[in-house]
Ligand binder design. Structure first.
Ligand code: CA
Length: 406
């Protein structure tokens, strides 16, 4: 192999995730990550004839490529794996196809057509229910019967590294009946993963649970930033609105479901039994270790949460089957968020709301300060990887800094 892939790299030969990158004075285009490099598929398409429309690699989003379907996208991935292992392959004969990630800028990988966010971690939903409703009846009656979700905002989704300003809005202070306007005082992160679909369906069509995974191109890390004070005042009766839509971040590399195949695990037992359209066979959860770090300005990064995607109560196939059971159509480039991914342990809670238990248990920070929510100039970074038998498939990170209000 012409390039060195560091051991423990998220982007091992087993991964081959797709993304959109550019280098100085060049246009955004399609690449795959390998080790600390990117293979420029747009440049490869100039010297190699893929047996489909090669211009998909010159576009600034992955939509046209992933719309070709899994038979094509999987073959590109496995061909690249084979070429990397072959010293005489087209890749290894053309070292200029390899670009250092450090020299590249990453872009949003897909034009996101629609964005839906679920609420599928039973630990998260239970924690929120305990804090804000009834500790004895934390889950609402529908929760164990369907994957609850809401339609989010696609326009404000950004790639990792896009810093943003503390949002302003309307909130209601405690013991007051009059709302006030100003900067949110309760900015939170939500540790989530998202999946991206590769098919257009017609209104009236449904994606069955058995067909759902064929409609999922791959996954990313997702931070569903939330302004808890805005959210609390606005959310009844129609759910999240301005408390959520100011920005959502995703990681730049889309890891295919095929790269995650080796890491399938059984999901939690679902009780009561779900309706037939949500019944599934086999292992549909994935063992993906997740972490969140907080980095105060001029101070060291520290881990504040360790969780795992395998904790999800509702799996992606159930989410997509439920989303379309009424005939709602899906599109190439739709993004579906998992909902905050919390585990049972206190250090596995996927939001500040839960980690600091609605402000009652401040988090100790290494610089001597405390947090109940996110401070100005704090950076929050989500990371995720699957690892088994020396095979590692990772997501890299999604990271962003909260800047003071404009
Ligand atoms: Ca969320």
């Amino acid at each position: 192999m012409s390039i060195n892939i560091p051991k423990n790299s998220d982007f091992s030969i087993h991964n081959i995730p797709f993304g959109i990158f550019s280098t100085k004075n060049t246009m955004p285009r399609v690449g795959v990550a390998i080790g600390e490099h990117i293979i420029d598929l747009s440049a490869l398409a100039n010297i190699y004839n893929f047996n489909f429309d090669n211009s998909v690699f010159k576009q600034s989003t992955l939509n046209s490529f992933i719309a070709l379907g899994k038979s094509v996208t999987n073959k590109v991935r496995t061909d690249i794996q084979a070429w990397l292992k072959d010293d005489n392959s087209i890749l290894n004969k053309h070292p200029k196809l390899f670009i250092k990630q450090a020299d590249a800028k990453m872009h949003l990988p897909v034009k996101i057509t629609d964005y839906t966010d679920f609420y599928s971690s039973i630990e998260h939903a239970t924690n929120v229910g305990k804090m804000f409703r009834d500790p004895e009846n934390a889950l609402l009656p529908n929760w164990r019967h369907l994957p609850v979700g809401y339609h989010g905002r696609a326009s404000s989704i950004r790639v990792s590294g896009t810093d943003f300003h503390r949002p302003k809005g309307q909130t209601l202070n405690a013991n007051s009946s009059q709302p006030v306007f100003g900067a949110s005082q309760k900015i939170d992160f939500e540790l989530e993963m998202g999946f991206i679909t590769n098919k257009n369906t017609a209104i009236g069509d449904t994606v069955t649970i058995d067909n759902a995974e064929d409609c999922i191109f791959g996954m990313v890390l997702l931070n569903d930033w939330s302004a808890r004070d805005i959210q609390k005042w606005e959310y009844v009766p129609l759910g999240p609105f301005l408390g959520k839509n100011f920005i959502t971040h995703i990681s730049p590399w889309v890891v295919t479901l095929e790269a995650l195949e080796y890491f399938r695990v059984q999901g939690p037992k679902q009780t009561p039994k779900v309706l037939p359209y949500l019944e599934y066979k086999g292992q549909k959860n994935y063992d993906i270790s997740l972490s969140v770090t907080l980095t105060p300005q001029h101070n060291q990064e520290q881990v504040i949460c360790n969780s795992n995607f395998k904790y999800m109560y509702w799996n992606m196939a159930q989410q997509l089957a439920h989303h379309t059971v009424n005939g709602c159509n899906i599109s190439v480039g739709d993004l579906y968020g998992s909902g905050t991914i919390s585990g049972k342990d206190k250090n596995s809670f996927g939001s500040m709301l839960e980690l600091a238990w609605a402000g009652t248990k401040p988090l100790k920070i290494n610089d001597g300060s405390e947090r109940i929510f996110i401070n100005d100039n704090d950076t929050i970074t989500l990371r995720g990887y699957a690892e088994k038998d020396d095979i590692r498939v990772g997501f890299g990170e999604v990271s962003a800094k909260l800047l003071p209000t404009k």
